[in-house]
Design a protein. Structure first.
Length: 267
């Protein structure tokens, strides 16, 4: 198994002559490094380490810290064999055996002539019948659910449209009513302003007796109210003034109480 894992690619010339693409590397083969730091270098394989899966090539060395030179280990998958060492007769036999080996040709399967025999249909089994019935039920349920969802969505959309139309109509009506009320107010104010000067220009003789009585009552009430307000204001002003500046009040009759003095004798 380890020997097979040491296989490396052969050069195009070797692959054409031996009809083999890969072959295990062994000591004595000349190889060329295809990848890594030492790419392009070529040399003979001096040693193989099957334990570590590494090969050592002539010329590929490095210097240690103490000055000694050692070979650089390289994995066999990074090299290409340019020349094979065929000193071993067993190796030659392996190459010849691989040359003679050919893959089996895949011939197309020929169908028999004539019409194929009619197949006898077997009655369906109970399990198949049950599975088909279950599938049909599932499909029916899914189709019904889908139809119900579609109808619900359509009904919701129709209701939303109706509500939008109603709300718009209500808003338009409100705006119309407000505008009409505002216009009527403006016109009423204008009419009253036009009628005022006409009323003021009427002479007193044209007024009726009832109107005159109402006017007299109103004037009398207003006079009483103004007189009361004036008196209250005067009282407030006088209360705020100091005692010296206040107006003299009406003198009241002073009554003295009769007081009897007690004598020493107790009489």
């Amino acid at each position: 198994m380890r020997h097979k894992l040491f296989a490396a690619h052969l050069s195009p010339e070797l692959a054409a002559s031996h009809l083999v693409k890969t072959f295990p590397v062994r000591s004595g083969d000349t190889v060329r490094v295809m990848r890594g730091d030492h790419k392009g270098s070529e040399g003979k394989v001096t040693r193989i380490d099957k334990k570590k899966y590494r090969i050592y090539v002539e010329g590929l060395t490095r210097q240690k810290v103490d000055g000694t030179q050692i070979f650089v280990p390289i994995h066999p998958s990074k090299v290409m064999v340019t020349q094979l060492n065929l000193d071993d007769k067993w190796r030659k036999k392996i190459l010849e055996r691989k040359k003679s080996w050919k893959p089996k040709s895949k011939e197309p399967i020929r169908k028999p002539k004539g019409k194929p025999a009619a197949k006898v249909e077997e009655p369906p089994k109970e399990a198949e019948v049950k599975s088909r019935a279950a599938e049909e039920k599932v499909t029916e349920v899914k189709s019904r659910a889908a139809e119900e969802k579609v109808t619900e969505v359509k009904s919701r959309a129709a209701e939303e449209k109706v509500t939008e139309v109603k709300s718009r109509a209500a808003e338009e009506k409100v705006t119309e009513v407000k505008s009409r009320a505002a216009e009527e107010k403006v016109t009423g104010i204008q009419k009253t302003e036009e009628e005022k000067p006409l009323l003021e220009t009427k002479p007193l003789a044209e007024k009726t007796l009832a109107e005159e009585k109402l006017v007299r009552k109103k004037t009398a009430k207003t006079k009483k109210v103004t007189a009361k307000k004036a008196a209250v204001q005067e009282m407030k002003v006088e209360s705020k003034k100091p005692a010296k500046e206040r107006a003299p009040k009406a003198e009241k009759k002073k009554t003295k109480r009769k007081t009897g003095k007690k004598t020493e004798g107790g009489a």
